[in-house]
Ligand binder design. Structure first.
Ligand code: NAD
Length: 325
């Protein structure tokens, strides 16, 4: 199939592009290199695939750049572009609002305007739309407690409004805490592993009993690809099946690395979720998807990747086409 991946230079988007290319699909990757974390990391995420004959990559900001011509021929669009993470969303609402809500509206508008015969628009949403207690199935009430969660819920509503008005074939996925190689540097497991590698203390926000439903990145990617064949209009939780408290994770990482954490505790941050665990019965039953990677395995892969990186790999500041045409 011919697909578009927005957020292609990001953590999950770059893995998604690689998986689609490996499966023989044609991919157009779009990304604005938003400096939420260092752009050099995003350039590195792309390194392994930039020369692939079935990849076209464009540096495009969905909020402002023309994209109509890029959409021509697309059968499936995977929309992963967003400002992620909740802490910064308290202080940069403009960035979160424009990247998470305005950008999807512009994309939906372009799909409607061009009238491309799209099979699916798969939209990446988040467990943060549920709020503090995000444990259950897709019928849980949506009560976000951070500006990030609010913008992601607004984006879901934007998709549904355009689907209703213009028959755009949307599917919504709510990802639960994705981890693995290339995990964003602001995310917990990345910071924990980095501290072990650099022999520095970690800051633990809250009492460490908060629980996360962890999703290994390749499982998340396979669920995302499977969603291209889901019934139009459906919403699915995507979670790895194994939950763990922060203390559990720290103990597992100590076992994997053979090193010890120095832990500094601080109060929980506004908007922090207490308990997240995806009930994934719906996606398992309807799409035949099952997570394949255990938490121990997945954490080992992330440790190995970060340790190798720490040992000294270089990143490349590649240059990309900057316009749609
Ligand atoms: P990421 O920041 O690594 O990737 C997102 C990419 O989107 C970035 O490279 C960024 O430059 C790009 N982008 C942002 N605004 C853009 C714009 N206006 N135009 C073009 N590109 C733009 O984040 P990620 O962790 O890979 O998350 C991917 C998606 O999954 C996001 O929608 C996020 O909300 C969602 N999600 C992630 C997690 C997780 O645990 N990582 C959990 C739940 C949901």
């Amino acid at each position: 199939m011919k697909c578009i991946v927005t957020g292609a230079a990001g953590f999950i988007g770059s893995h998604l592009c690689e998986a689609l290319l490996a499966a023989g699909h044609k991919v157009t990757g779009l990304d604005a290199f938003i400096p939420y974390y260092p752009q050099v990391v995003k350039h590195r995420n792309l390194l392994g695939m930039l020369r692939h004959p079935n990849l076209r990559f464009y540096r495009v900001d969905l909020r402002s750049d023309p994209i109509d011509e890029l959409l021509v021929g697309a059968e499936v669009i995977f929309h992963l572009a967003a400002m992620p993470g909740l802490t910064q969303s308290w202080t940069d609402l403009d960035g979160y609002w424009t990247c998470n809500v305005l950008a999807i509206q512009k994309l939906l508008e372009a799909i409607q305007r061009t009238g491309i015969p799209l099979n699916r628009l798969v939209h990446a949403s988040t467990s943060s739309v549920y709020g503090r207690m995000a444990s259950g199935d897709e019928t849980l009430p949506t009560q976000p407690i951070s500006p990030y969660g609010i913008t992601k819920l607004a984006a879901e509503h934007m998709c549904r409004a355009y689907a209703e008005a213009y028959q755009i074939p949307i599917v919504i996925l709510r990802y639960f805490s994705v981890y693995g190689p290339r995990q964003r540097p602001d995310m917990g497991y990345h910071r924990f592993i980095q501290a072990l590698l650099e022999d520095k203390p970690i800051t633990l926000f809250g009492d460490g009993t908060q629980v996360r439903g962890n999703t290994y990145v390749s499982d998340c990617v396979q669920a995302t690809i499977a969603a291209a064949e889901a019934t139009v209009g459906e919403t699915y939780n995507v979670g790895g099946g194994e939950t763990a408290s922060v203390w559990d994770i720290l103990h597992k990482l100590e076992d994997i690395s053979g090193r010890k954490f120095i832990v500094l505790q601080k109060p929980a941050r506004p908007g922090d979720q207490q308990h997240t665990h995806a009930d994934t019965t719906k996606i398992c039953q309807q799409l035949g998807w099952m997570p394949q990677t255990s938490l121990d395995e997945g954490l080992s892969h992330q440790w190995e990747w970060q340790a190798k990186l720490h040992g000294g790999t270089t990143a490349n500041n590649g240059s990309y086409q900057t316009t749609a045409m």
